[in-house]
Design a protein around this ligand. Structure first.
Ligand SMILES: Nc1ncnc2c1ncn2[C@@H]1O[C@H](COP(=O)(O)OP(=O)(O)OP(=O)(O)O)[C@@H](O)[C@H]1O
Ligand SMILES: [Mg+2]
Length: 216
């Protein structure tokens, strides 16, 4: 299967959530997890490399892709094999959209879209949703509130939630803004980090299991 963390807006928490998700499911599933860093900034990959210093064992491999290729998946078979595989292929994308992402966005099983309630984030999220529509992407869209501030009443939340729910699944539990998530690494989830993502990630996993009719 292919699970892609993507949206049009930079800095919404894609990489943080992708690392947390990879770590979280590593503790749950027997399936092989493979991560592809498809962002020219290579944040996930560099973190994973840096963590080679750690005494803890690595939980998954991370590869960078798409550095030189305009269309890294011009070879469709690779992509379709990943999609049909029982293994979990996680992709972390850049915050700027690029033509080279088209095939991946079309053939992902799930696209996890972190968003915030600022005006720019709301607009970018809808632009991204429109792009997926134009591409006729078959992927299930999973929207997740990221860096959510518990103590703040977001004035546009209700309207935004209604709009977003038309285009995919809106995960009920947000990922709150937490200092612990700012120091995440690829070898472990601390108790605090696990606590920060457990509820929304369990919702995502339920969604994956029910749509693909599997147990992760
Ligand atoms: N839930 C959270 N609580 C607190 N800080 C967070 C949270 N999620 C992400 N951050 C912080 O926000 C910043 C941006 O996060 P991250 O790099 O994951 O976003 P991104 O969408 O991958 O960005 P880019 O578009 O540049 O790839 C980082 O400094 C990260 O530590
Ligand atoms: Mg990133």
């Amino acid at each position: 299967m292919i699970i892609t963390f993507a949206t049009q807006k930079g800095g919404t928490g894609k990489t943080t959530l992708a690392i947390a998700f990879a770590n979280y499911i590593s503790g749950l599933t027997k399936r092989k997890i493979k991560v592809y860093d498809f962002d020219f900034q290579k944040s996930f990959y560099y973190k994973w490399k840096e963590d080679e210093q750690s005494d803890l064992p690595k939980m998954y491999e991370v590869e960078t892709i798409g550095e030189d290729d305009e269309q890294p998946f011009s070879d469709f078979e690779t992509l379709i094999n990943m999609k049909e595989s029982d293994e979990i292929n996680l992709f972390d994308l850049a915050g700027t959209l690029d033509q080279k992402y088209s095939d991946l966005l079309i053939y992902s099983d799930f696209i996890i879209i972190p968003f915030e309630y600022s005006d720019v984030s709301v607009k970018s999220t809808l632009v991204f949703k429109n792009l997926l529509g134009l591409l006729e992407s078959e992927a299930e869209r999973i929207f997740i509130r990221s860096k959510y501030d518990k103590g703040y009443k977001y004035p546009n939340q209700k309207e935004m939630d209604e709009e977003i729910s038309k285009y995919g699944t809106l995960i009920e539990n947000p990922v709150f803004k937490r200092n612990s998530l700012q120091t995440i690494d690829t070898r472990k989830l601390t108790y605090e980090q696990k606590y920060a993502v457990k509820k929304p990630f369990n919702e995502i996993i339920d969604q994956i299991n029910s749509i693909l009719k599997i147990t992760l």
